[in-house]
Design a binder for this molecule. Structure first.
Ligand code: AMP
Length: 282
């Protein structure tokens, strides 16, 4: 596994691989790697001949009051995990490499970013699109892998790739969960023992919604959202950011279920903001 910190080194190595006819798979991450990240990497290894992973905690996607400084940075452990997975190249740039002084060109998606996390994290997706567009230009992958865990992010990237003609394919991989159902997240490590238990309300409330829809044929979104709310609100440490039921394609909220729907929740458990979702065909 090669490790580089500059885009020029990355371009050279990837250019040589492309000359040999290798297909480039790319998994962008912010590090603090877990099985969720590894599932994307393993899929990339299956599909492609040359796998690139990036680790970059992107300051542009954190709000001024968010956890950029406290975001977990576990480079030694990440490097060991990536070596084990036998990836080809790790791109690990400094902030100054990605955002040199006087950096001023940003990429923003103008529709899908208005909903869900876009409401409570203004500027977040502009930061995501900007860094992912830069990474796509540096790595020039054939296929890039994203997790359904961040469903809105994945949809926005798909839209950006389509609208801005990036010549690559996006693959969205299922959410990897702990055995008790909690969606894996780099931020889970910040939960106390009791918060870790309380955090189960995210996946449990979504499972209840799924049962209501599939077993009881409930179609009224207000009723479903209320049931989700009751489960989450049963824990004192939980503060709901949003509970939304939206069209999985357009992310527009719906009143009555129909087509492919995304049920998404964002909840603060103590100081840790967690998200989870399910996608259902109704
Ligand atoms: P992050 O490091 O949090 O920016 O995540 C990097 C990529 O891993 C994103 O595409 C995430 O959606 C994906 N990811 C994070 N957690 C999970 C999970 N539990 N299951 C599947 N993919 C995940």
């Amino acid at each position: 596994m090669l490790i580089v910190k500059t885009s020029s080194e990355a371009r050279k190595i990837i250019g040589a691989a492309k000359k040999k006819g290798k297909e480039i798979g790319f998994v962008p991450t912010m590090g603090a790697l877990h099985e969720g990240h590894l599932s994307l990497i393993r899929q990339a290894k299956k599909d492609c001949d040359f796998v690139v992973v990036s680790i970059f905690v992107n300051p542009a996607q954190f709000g001024p009051k968010e956890d950029y400084k406290k975001y977990p940075r576990t480079f030694g452990n990440d490097r060991a995990l990536l070596r084990k997975e036998k990836i080809d190249l790790l791109f690990f740039p400094e902030v100054t490499e990605m955002y040199p002084e006087n950096f001023s060109a940003f990429v923003a998606e103008g529709f899908l970013g208005k909903f869900l996390c876009g409401k409570s994290r203004p500027g977040h997706f502009r930061g995501v699109c900007t860094v992912v567009a830069k990474l796509f230009n540096i790595i020039t992958p054939d296929v890039a892998y994203f997790g359904q865990k961040d469903f809105q992010q994945a949809r926005i990237i798909e839209k950006m790739v389509c609208d801005l003609n990036f010549p690559l394919k996006i693959k969205i991989m299922p959410i990897v969960r702990e055995t008790d159902g909690l969606a894996m997240s780099s931020r889970n490590r910040y939960l106390s023992v009791s918060e870790r238990k309380d955090a189960l309300v995210l996946s449990q409330s979504l499972a209840l919604a799924k049962r209501l829809i599939l077993n009881d044929a409930e179609k009224n979104c207000k009723i479903i959202k209320n049931k989700i709310k009751n489960v989450i609100a049963s824990k004192k440490s939980a503060k709901i950011d949003y509970i939304e039921i939206v069209d999985a394609e357009t992310l527009i909220p719906m009143a009555q279920l129909g087509g492919t729907v995304l049920i998404a929740v964002a909840v603060h458990i103590g100081k840790v903001r967690l998200i989870d979702n399910i996608v259902l065909k109704v």
